[in-house]
Design a protein around this ligand. Sequence first.
Ligand code: DX5
Ligand code: ZN
Length: 220
Amino acid sequence: MTQYRIAPSILSADFAELGNEVRNVVKAGADMIHFDVMDNHYVPNLTMGPMVCAAIRPHVDVPIDVHLMVKPVDRIIPDFAKAGANIISFHPEASEHIDRTLQLIHDNGCKAGLVFNPATPLDYLLHVMDKLDLILIMSVNPGFGGQSFIPHALKKIETVRAMIDSSGRQIMLEVDGGVKVDNIAEIAAAGADTFVAGSAIFSQPDYARVIREMREQLAS
Ligand code: DX5
Ligand code: ZN
């Protein structure tokens, strides 16, 4: 049976209450914390860096899933590993040497992921499948929370699911952007097992209820 994971994106949390927010969302049933890093260069927004990751680390015992939307990417990786990240993912367009960046993440003791924007071709996967722990399919253009799910991401998720299955490797298939209670079942049916949700969770007063409703959809 598929092991599903819900990864709340703290991009939509109350930054002035971040310690409480991450504790509450883990208590509400989060499987990991999705940590969006934006640099106002690779994407048009500026968020959090390794210092914030280190600050939340003592408050949660679930993995911290760092999504790097930065360019260049390599020099910040050791800092995130030291800050307690467990998974580090990056966009192939932001790395000069994708294979080297994946190796760097592993050398720093973290799991490694590759992220695909809506228009980024999957060809980047061809020669690196054996180095991946996670593949992240963006279902919005990166930079902001609260955008709508782009439906053609479903086809891409199906294609990646087939690639993962034929590789025989354990690779998480994560989807990020516009994931809600009312579309999570369809996204899971396409083959995803790990779901980032920012606004869907943090815009509601009861995080546990949203996460429970998502799991009910996944179970049905
Ligand atoms: C977008 C980020 C997402 C974002 C998702 O660039 O990578 O993780 O927080 O937010 P929602 O779930 O609101 O689309
Ligand atoms: Zn993200």
